[in-house]
Design a protein around this ligand. Sequence first.
Ligand code: RIB
Length: 282
Amino acid sequence: QLRAGSSRTVGLVVLDIANPFFTDVARGVEDVVNAAGLALILCNSDDRPEKESAYLAVLAEQRVQGVLITPTAELGPGLDALRARGVPVVLVDRRAPDADQCAVATDDVLGGRVAAEHLLAEGHRRLAFVGGVSGLPQIQERRAGVEAVVRAAPDAELTVLSPAELTVAGGREAAAQVLGVPAARRPTAAICANDLIALGVLQEMVRCGVRVPGEFAIVGYDDIDFAAAAAVPLTSVRKPRQEIGRRAAELLLDESRAGHHHQQPLFEPVLVVRESSRTSRP
Ligand code: RIB
C-alpha cells in the first residue's frame, strides 16, 4: 500500500509518553503497522499545542503515510494542514467533530456513570472527581457522566478537584486537598480521571494512615496493568487500550484503499471492581 512519494512510516502522536495507557495504545498500533511492513515514528506532545504542531510539521517533512493522534484539547490547524496535503489522519481516543474523519474512542460518559453508580451502591454519598482541570473532551465526558449520576441521587454530592497534572504527583496533590477538608464534609471516595492519578491518591492516603477502602475508596480509569498490581489493587474503568491502537491503525491503513469509508467506532468501557472500592465505609 505504499503511497507514491511517501516514506514507509506512520506517525503516532500521544499526549503523555509516561502514561502506560499510551504505551498500550502504541503497542496495538505497532502490531498492525509492523505487519504492514511500515515503521512507526512516536511523538510525545506533553498535552502542549505548540509541541504538537512542531511534531506534526516534522511528520509532514518526513512524508509519513498517515498520522494517528490523540490531540490536545483543541483540534489545531496543524491537523487540517496535514489533511489538506492529502495525509490521512485518524483520531485516537477522541471523538471526531464531524463524520469526515476516522476516529476511535470510548464512551467516557458511560465510564464516568458506571464508576459513580458503583460508589453510590457501595454506600458513598460524598464523592470527589479528580481531574477537573483538564480541557480534554475525553476527561470532561467522564466528569459529565459522574455529575449526571450524582445529580440524580438526591442525597449525594460531588466535589471536583483539579490537580495541575493527570499524573501520580497530581493524585498526591488531590489527596492532600481531600485530607484538608474537615472530616464531617470530606469526600469518602474519589473517581480519578485516570489510573496514574488514582495511584497517587492511594499512595498519599496510605502515607497519611488512611485506610483504603475502609476510610476512603478509590476508582481509577483506563485499567493499566499497574492498577491490578497496586498495594491495594485498584478498581478501574477498563478501556480496551491495545484494541484502540489496533483499530485506529487498521483504519489508517484502510484510508488508502479505494472505497474507504470513514468510521468512528466507540468502545464500551467496563468497570473492574477490586479492593480499593469494594467495601462500604465502616
Ligand atoms: O491523557 C489522559 C487520559 O486520556 C488517559 O489516561 C486516557 O484515559 C485518555 O483517555
